[in-house]
Design a protein around this ligand. Sequence first.
Ligand SMILES: Cc1cc2nc3c(=O)[nH]c(=O)nc-3n(C[C@H](O)[C@H](O)[C@H](O)COP(=O)(O)OP(=O)(O)OC[C@H]3O[C@@H](n4cnc5c(N)ncnc54)[C@H](O)[C@@H]3O)c2cc1C
Length: 446
Amino acid sequence: MVIKKSLIWFRKNLRVFDNLVLRESIANSDTILPFYVLDNKIYADTIYGFKRQSDFRLNFLYQSLENLKHNLELMNLSLNIFSGDSFEIISFLVNKYDITDIYYEKDIAYEERRLEKKLKTSFLNVKFHKYNSNHIFKYDLMKSKVKRLQDTFTRFRRTYEQDFLEADKECININFEHSTKLIKLKSEDINLDLTFNLHTNLESLKSQTHVISDTRATFLYEGGEDIGLDRIKNYIWNQKSIKRYKRTRNGLMGRNFSSRFSAWLSLGCISVNHIMHEIEKFENEELKNDSTYWLKFELLWREYFHLLYGKYKSKLFFLKGPHEREVEHNLDEEICQAWISGKLGVPFIDANMISLKQTGYLSNRGRQNVVSYFVHDLKQDWRFAASYLESVLVDYDVYSNWLNCAYITGLVATEKAHVFDVNSQAEHYDSKGQFVKHWLENSDLS
Ligand SMILES: Cc1cc2nc3c(=O)[nH]c(=O)nc-3n(C[C@H](O)[C@H](O)[C@H](O)COP(=O)(O)OP(=O)(O)OC[C@H]3O[C@@H](n4cnc5c(N)ncnc54)[C@H](O)[C@@H]3O)c2cc1C
């Protein structure tokens, strides 16, 4: 009998609860080796000179990995955390431990797909098992439909909303079969000739990040499945803030004006399936209203952008977008710097940009305004804005970020540019000027 030796490759699914990859790999393997790679690329700079991942993002990632390691240890499983080149590390593991199978979460982002392709062509005898459990619509199932996917959200919603709402949301509880053995990696296995590292803990990496909490922040993010699960429980069940979501969701600051689920969703510390399950449970047991519906509606946007990314892929990163539309594309260094540091002299935009820089988070309303202002008023290249948000946002998600920026610019999922009048937006959403005051006071701290 062939012994099935599997790698469990954690990617954007840093959780134990409702983790299909984990369940399938345990259920179908004789021996397993769970691992995660902190790829060199995440420490690189962008072409614009800022870090590809800010310390906010790195810190949130390290916290999430620590929590995953802890939760796996409770199941007598250990997580091996490497840093280095993903291809090199996976090749090493496959060869050293005679790996027969690799289980992983599918990711359709450009670099991730390239890596997957390279691995498949290099290891023809290894079986690759991919799953998509970070979305309700499974990309593979939708594949034929993706090509014909509607180019506006409204049309997409008309066709698919019912399927989205009616999809099975049963969550998976994992039991570790003790008949499955664990491949235990020893640090002496990683000899000095190798160009990557195995981390027994993340302390030294964490000490290289400098996240100073700004006293003006109204919500503190901490990575990891446990905190993410607590947030679902608190927002939906304990505080019942979901009841008012539709009314409060355009808020600019505070703890509960919106769900804050995005940060944990972005690394897969929680699953969208689980969130939807809890919303529906709340609707059945407590209250169903336009707010409970609206939270699901926003999660449908997330699905839409994921699928639309699958349709246009790398064309979404082109200046003119997939439909070759005319756009402004200046890149004035002074203007870009003033936008980043909140020194444009436009209070509503400056306050939003300072809060982003100081906390790694910005409300949805804030994101729409700062990008619109950058693209339509300052007439700068939209990709700079998208890259800067990518660097800083603690909840960065390639599909949601790049597609929202392209949408506001007027390049995709829309027939027109979305131009926000900053003065009337400030008047409407910050009528007493509290948000601006909050962030522009003591601005020498920024
Ligand atoms: C320019 C710009 C960039 C953005 N970049 C990101 C990003 O990198 N990562 C990210 O998760 N979201 C992004 N969004 C979408 C949205 O702003 C955030 O999801 C939201 O502000 C996160 O806070 P929340 O979880 O409290 O949202 P809530 O209002 O509570 O919404 C619940 C969930 O619905 C989803 N959602 C809500 N609005 C959108 C939207 N417009 N597009 C896609 N999904 C949505 C998110 O998963 C969110 O967690 C961006 C929006 C804009 C305009």
